[in-house]
Design a protein around this ligand. Structure first.
Ligand code: FRU
Length: 489
């Protein structure tokens, strides 16, 4: 599997479709796999929703509830689900043509259980670019239209439709915006209210491969306005010249992520594919091949560093919390705090939430080390204000064990993310599963998501502190709050 597709909420169910090749564990002719959930945590697999056909493989795309039955595929009383996806015509590709990616639609009138492809496909022919894919549709009610954004090589293109069948080109964005080290894929646009000001701002997410924050695949975003035809980025003062790209995630493993359409109560919930095209096909797994990130609630904030997206693991995840361990120390010094995670969790998954007061702290670095019982292999995340990694968070999987399957998996150097502010408490909120770490810093910005493949389960958490910026030894961090939960399956 790879990208999440067609994420939509309808009739009390979250639908997650995804890029899927059922006949092997490497990428192949793409289908849409399908799963449903009532809470985004417990998922039930359903049969494959879309199979390749004469027009091609079924690449990434989206789904909406057509509430007013504008498409005519259902009725107003029983609105259809309409999916829009890319057809990838391998025959055309192999013949050296440029126009082998087109867009098609399919609909369901039985809560997504069965799908019918529209007889008039493709609804949007190729417009002369090789990479022309991944349509994401939203209802643009303010302008009385369906709005679709898709990736066209080094930019996105916007289209509108009255009925999801006839599409009109509106505009382009991005050819002269930053970040062109790779091809643009899986874009998405949606409005979100800035918490501090109440302003409605549009977020435009774009995935890029290669060219990600720390190598390979990555996802970044623009904030801006939408007038029904054009996307205009906000003109904001920048932190530094190198800071021209807003990354959704600084980790190596969060790609092609998008949000649910029609999530209740206006929530914007994001999930990404937890892998990277640099090595996705070679990860040392057998019966499975990668997973999605946990669902993350997005919010927009007015900060000193511009309008920024924050991510919080959805509250529904709290249902998994089991055994709780409270850290009692007021100061974390390098006495090394060891917590036996086996006592907290049978599943091997844990959640850790630490709040530190930096003003009252004189150590340089804090490491959270998750290791096997012998400490032979480990994953590490933490905070550093050592010269060189000044005020930065990091994620380090170089010691996790099985790393040699691809040279790009664990190259030299740490995976780092900036700490935006120099002030206030510092928070490290990590979700550790058997083969993944999703670490949310401060208010959920930045985020580091990385996968790893231990030979033996990581059952030990060690908290270490090093270096000093003060006079006194031993140096430490003042702990405001620290909790570890075992997570139940
Ligand atoms: C992103 C992507 C999409 C494409 C799909 C094919 O990971 O390359 O652009 O639609 O995967 O599986």
């Amino acid at each position: 599997m790879n990208d999440p597709n067609g994420m939509v909420f309808y009739a009390n169910e979250y639908h997650l479709f995804y890029q899927y090749f059922p006949d092997g564990n490497k990428w192949g002719p793409m289908h849409w796999g399908h799963a449903v959930s009532k809470d985004m945590i417990n998922w039930e697999h359903l049969p494959i929703a879309l199979y390749p056909d004469d027009l091609g493989y079924i690449f990434s795309g989206s789904a909406v509830v057509d509430w007013k039955n504008t498409s005519g595929f259902g009725s107003a009383a029983s609105p259809p689900l309409v999916a829009m996806y890319t057809y990838h015509d391998v025959v055309g590709e192999q013949a050296g043509r440029k126009d082998f990616q087109t867009q098609g639609i399919a609909y369901s009138t039985d809560r997504g259980r069965t799908w019918t492809k529209y007889a008039g496909n493709p609804v949007l022919p190729n417009r002369g670019v090789r990479d022309f894919r991944d349509p994401k549709v939203i209802r643009d009610e303010a302008h009385g239209q369906w709005l679709m954004v898709l990736a066209a090589q080094d930019r996105v293109q916007f289209f509108s439709s009255p009925d999801l069948k006839a599409w009109t080109y509106l505009s382009d964005f991005g050819a002269s915006a930053p970040n062109h080290a790779g091809v643009w894929e899986c874009p998405e646009i949606f409005p979100l209210q800035v918490v501090e000001t109440g302003d409605s701002v549009y977020v435009l997410n774009v995935s890029i491969n290669p060219g990600g924050a720390n190598g390979g695949s990555g996802t970044f975003y623009f904030t801006g306005t939408w007038d029904g035809k054009n996307f205009q980025p906000l003109r904001e003062a920048r932190f530094s010249p190198s800071d021209t790209v807003n990354w959704v995630d600084y980790g190596r493993d969060n790609y092609a992520g998008v949000t649910f359409s029609d999530a209740p109560a206006g929530r914007r919930v994001f999930m990404g594919w937890m892998s990277n095209w640099d090595y996705a096909q070679e990860v040392p797994t057998t019966t499975w091949r990668s997973a999605m990130t946990v669902p993350r609630e997005l919010s927009l904030h007015a900060t000193d560093f511009g309008t920024r997206l924050h991510q919080t693991p959805v509250a529904e995840l709290h249902q998994l919390r089991g055994q709780r361990y409270a850290l009692e120390q007021e100061r974390l010094t390098d006495g090394v705090t060891v917590i036996d995670l086996q006592e907290l969790s049978e599943s091997g998954a844990v959640e850790i939430d630490l709040v530190l007061d930096l003003v009252d702290s004189d150590a340089e670095e804090l490491y959270l080390t998750f290791s096997d019982a012998e400490g032979a292999h480990f994953y590490r995340t933490g905070y550093s204000r050592k010269p060189g990694t000044e005020n930065a968070f990091f994620s380090d999987r170089r010691g996790t064990g099985n790393t040699a399957f691809n040279a790009k998996f664990a190259p030299e150097g740490l995976t780092v993310a900036p700490r935006w502010s120099n002030e206030g408490n510092l928070r490290i909120h990590a979700l550790l599963d058997r083969t993944s770490a999703e670490v949310f810093f401060d208010q959920g910005d930045p985020v580091l998501t990385d996968v790893f493949f231990p030979e033996k389960p990581f059952t030990k958490l060690t908290i270490e502190v090093s270096g000093s910026i003060g006079e006194g030894m031993p140096a430490g961090f003042r702990l405001v709050e620290g909790t570890v939960w075992g997570l139940n399956k």
